[in-house]
Design a protein around this ligand. Structure first.
Ligand code: HEC
Ligand code: HEC
Length: 192
């Protein structure tokens, strides 16, 4: 009895493994499946629970592609993201960025700030009049509108303090602002 049971169980396990292999190969887009690892942190619906993990669904595709390459090469440093970015095959990065960008930007509940900070006009030159990102003279600029305030504040102080050094103009711009000006911008942008 015991032998039969073990034999049966092995067959089931074996079939399940084989089944997964076959499914992956036949999936319409295996890369889309691979990206599901990402949603464990970035959120199954595009926004996670941790406000230090940025929204990436619906973000500018060229910006996403550059960040994934920068994490992979070490030009942008983050222990978790460097290994996540390196898990993607180089030839898949561009398509992965396009798939993520094609998903809808999720709304989340950051309270709108009352008035726009003075420094905001300078940002619109590159990040777009509505702060939804686009192509700028300095390369692909990310969407800022509706991003998590905590993440934006960390990104801005990272540029100012040198922890994030993958875009020189942004470093210079963020160094020129005081910490409370950066905090006010992060809060305002998150509420858009
Ligand atoms: C274990 C959690 C975790 C997982 C899994 C994860 N990320 Fe991230 N991701 C982060 C964190 C945290 C940051 C912010 C890093 C920083 O502050 O510089 C980030 C940042 C990013 C950014 C930069 C966004 C921006 O606005 O600059 C991109 C792009 C990104 N992740 C893509 C991915 C992709 C693609 C995957 C799957 C292959 C993935 N992430 C998996 C935690 C994660
Ligand atoms: C001259 C063009 C330019 C101007 C002006 C500019 N930015 Fe940027 N910004 C960029 C580019 C390009 C990037 C992408 C950097 C990279 O490749 O990592 C960026 C990235 C950022 C990021 C990182 C977002 C993320 O998802 O990680 C933040 C935050 C940001 N900018 C805020 C601002 C704010 C606030 C202002 C106004 C005070 C501003 N920027 C003005 C070009 C600009």
């Amino acid at each position: 009895m015991r032998f039969v049971w073990i034999k049966g169980r092995c067959a089931v396990v074996w079939l399940a493994m084989f089944g997964i292999g076959v499914c992956a190969a036949r999936a319409a887009d295996a890369l889309d499946t691979a990206l599901e690892t990402c949603w464990s942190c970035h959120g199954a619906n595009g926004a996670g629970n941790d406000p230090t993990v940025p929204v990436i669904w619906g973000q500018n595709a060229r910006y996403l592609e550059k960040q994934i390459r920068d994490f992979s090469s070490g030009d942008r440093e983050d222990q978790i993201m460097s290994s996540m970015a390196s898990s993607l095959r180089r030839e898949d990065i561009s398509r992965a960025a396009a798939l993520i960008a094609a998903k809808p930007w999720p709304g989340h509940a950051d309270t709108p700030a009352a008035a726009a900070p003075d420094a905001l006009a300078a940002c619109q030159g590159c990040h777009g009049a509505d702060l939804s990102g686009g192509d700028s003279p300095e390369g692909a600029a990310p969407r800022l509108a509706g991003q998590f305030a905590d993440y934006l504040a960390t990104a801005m102080s990272g540029f100012a303090g040198g922890e994030r050094a993958n875009q020189k103009t942004m470093s210079a711009m963020m160094k020129a602002l005081k910490p409370d000006e950066r905090a006010a911008l992060a809060k305002y942008l998150a509420g858009l």
